[in-house]
Write a protein that binds this ligand. Sequence first.
Ligand code: MLT
Ligand code: MN
Ligand code: ZN
Length: 306
Amino acid sequence: MTRLRLLILGAGAGGGVPQWNCRCRVCTLAWANDGRVIPRTQSSIAVSLDGENWLLVNAAPEILEQIKGNPQLHPRAQPDGSRRHSPITSALLTNGDIDHVAGLLSLRESQPFHLYATEEIHGILRSNRVFDVLAEGVVERRAVTLDTPLEPLPGLQVRVFPVPGKTALYMETPDMEIGAVGQATVGVEFLSDHGSLYYIPGCAKMSEDLAARLQGAAAVLFDGTLWEDDEMITAGVGTKTGHRMGHLSISGPEGSMAAFKGLDVGRKVFVHINNPTPVLIEGSEERQAVEDAGWEVAYDGMEIRL
Ligand code: MLT
Ligand code: MN
Ligand code: ZN
C-alpha cells in the first residue's frame, strides 16, 4: 500500500514572512514577534513514501534552515562509515522563480541527486552559469514530459502538468503572455492508493481544464499568494497586481475560493502565501473567511499524510 508523507518546508511566497525589507501590516506583526503571525520561509515542500528518501519540490533560498528544522531531512549515519549523505535524492521544480530555484545553489557540495524540471526550466538553469555548481556527473538533470507518469523516488507515482502561469520575473519579455499554459509553470500530482494529492504553488487562473483535473482530489495545496488582486498596491508595498505577477487571488468572483466551491476536494490548503496577505494573521476576518470555506493556511513544518 502506498502512503504519502508530505512536509511543507516553506509556506511563504517570494520574500517569505517577514520579508527582509518590509513593514506591511503582516510583516510588522511578524517583526514584533506578535503571536498572530507565524514567520514562514519561502515556497518548498518535500514528499516521501518511506520517510527515508525524499523528493524536494522547489528549492527555496532558506533550504538550509528548512533542512535543519526538519530532522527527516538530516544526513543519516552510513553503515559504510561514509561521511556524506542526504535523504534528498531527487528535486523537482514547478517554475523558474527565485523562491523555487535559489536553494539549488546551496545543494552543491558534490552530493548526487536527480533534478527534474521541464526542458524550458532546465534551459533557464543552463543559461545561468551559476547553476553549473550543480556539476554534471554529480547532479543528473532529467527532463520532465508533461502529463506523462514519472517516478522520481522508487514507487512514487507523479504526474507533472501545465497550469496557467507566466515565465519567471527575471525572464520576462514585453510580449510574454500572462496565463500561458506550457512548460513555464506546472503543477504536480502525487498518486497514492488513497487518491491524488496536488501541489500547485503558482497559478494565474482556474481554467476549465484545471478544475476538471482537480475534481475528486484527496487534497490540493494551492496558490495562496494574494487575498485580493490589488493587495500589494493597497498595502503600499508594490505597483503590481496579482494578475500581473501570474497569481490568482483567494477572494473575489474569479478567485480560488469561488473556483473550488463547486469542486469535490478532500482537503484544501493554501501555500505560497505572500507576506501582505491578511490570511496570515490569525483571528483576522480574512483568515476566518478562508477557514469558513474549508481551507487551511499552511505553515512551515505542517505535515500531510495520505
Ligand atoms: C512569484 O511567485 O510571483 C515570484 O516568486 C515573484 C518573485 O520572483 O519575486
Ligand atoms: Mn513565487
Ligand atoms: Zn510585508
